[in-house]
Design a protein around this ligand. Structure first.
Ligand SMILES: Nc1ncnc2c1ncn2[C@@H]1O[C@H](COP(=O)(O)OP(=O)(O)OP(=O)(O)O)[C@@H](O)[C@H]1O
Ligand SMILES: [Mg+2]
Length: 318
């Protein structure tokens, strides 16, 4: 048995789930270390919410083993629930109640005493910049305020593991950035975050590890950089002071191509330090001068399209 400290916050093996004969999860394995952010990417209907619902004990799996905060979700659902917080894709905020009342209700559900509940609610309202609006009905809140209240409600019970299902969908860029900062602050306190998102930039910003869900399986998993390196399109761009150096370099390095800049060459590369060093060494050997060098890796949008097989589906629609 490993110690509690090194135990992963989330461990999933062979997870399967179907609705009728529609297979949504077809054998998912993943591990999320404590105090990290894991992001699950996938197109609409890929099964992100289904995964969150199983990991947070809201629905059962058909097969597989899922442990969250050290407890099996099927055998010890109450222990899992005590350790987690879930901010669903659709808001849990009650519009007729004020922000403070929404938090008080959550505090009751977590069996906090009245005094503790009030204290915790006040702290969270302050932390999420909602103190001024605390007495107003949630129906008057902007989308960003509602999302912050939703997350504050999730945090009432001081969860160790937080599930955020598309936390910033529909938010403007500033509110999205505010939400990212909140997530970073949470992780800094040791909390583990399991995040689903449609925004690849969000995964890039926040996630330690990213997985791409497609047709029921994880088709890619790794850090944002690892994923970007796996797909074609990475290259080293070399810029030269004059055409003599450029021609020399083009001769020495195979497979170069030009881009818009007459004095620049592109060399295919996986973006790793090793491949960079190889290129530089070969040019150095022949005393070719490079004026400027940059490494270009594809962004997560490229990764998403490379790994998900839904381009044919899109073709079928259009
Ligand atoms: N209770 C249910 N009964 C039947 N089918 C369901 C049920 N819940 C989800 N599904 C189906 O399972 C698939 C995955 O749904 P899910 O909500 O997990 O996707 P998602 O990745 O969260 O999508 P989105 O990005 O749109 O939120 C979809 O085809 C959906 O229609
Ligand atoms: Mg969803």
């Amino acid at each position: 048995m490993t110690t509690t400290h090194s135990q992963p916050a989330i461990e999933v093996n062979g997870l399967r789930k179907s609705f009728g004969n529609h297979v949504v999860l077809d054998g998912i394995d993943l591990t999320v270390p404590q105090g990290t952010v894991f992001s699950l990417l996938g197109a609409n209907g890929a099964g992100k919410t289904t995964t969150v619902q199983i990991l947070s004990t809201l629905i059962g799996a058909d097969a597989g083993e899922v442990r969250v905060a050290g407890h099996d979700v099927a055998r010890e659902p109450d222990a899992v629930r005590a350790a987690i917080g879930v901010t669903g894709q659709f808001s849990a905020v009650d519009n007729l109640m004020t922000g403070r009342e929404n938090l008080a209700l959550m505090a009751d559900l977590h069996h906090l005493s009245r005094g503790d509940g009030q204290r915790r609610a006040a702290e969270l309202l302050e932390q999420f910049d909602l103190t001024g609006a605390a007495g107003k009905p949630a129906s008057t809140y902007s989308g960003g305020m509602r999302r912050r209240l939703d997350l504050a409600m999730t945090l009432i019970g001081n969860p160790q593991v937080i599930f955020l299902d598309e936390p910033t969908t529909g938010l403007d860029p500033r509110s999205r950035r505010d939400m990212w900062q909140i997530v970073r602050d949470l992780v800094a306190t040791g909390v583990t975050v399991f995040l689903t998102t449609q925004y690849l930039e969000e995964a890039d910003e926040l996630a330690d590890r990213i997985a791409v869900l497609d047709h029921g399986r994880l088709v890619a998993e790794g850090t944002a950089d690892e994923l970007k390196r796996q797909i074609p399109g990475s290259h080293i761009r070399l810029r030269f002071a004059d055409s003599h150096n450029l021609e020399e370099a083009a001769r020495i390095l195979e497979q170069t191509s030009r881009d818009g800049d007459a004095l620049a060459l592109r060399v295919p590369s996986d973006g790793s330090v090793r491949s960079l060093k190889t290129v530089i060494d070969r040019l150095d050997d022949k005393a070719v001068d490079v004026e400027e060098l940059s490494v270009h890796t594809p962004d997560l949008d490229d990764v998403f399209f490379a790994f998900t097989g839904n381009r044919d589906d899109q073709k079928a629609i259009s």
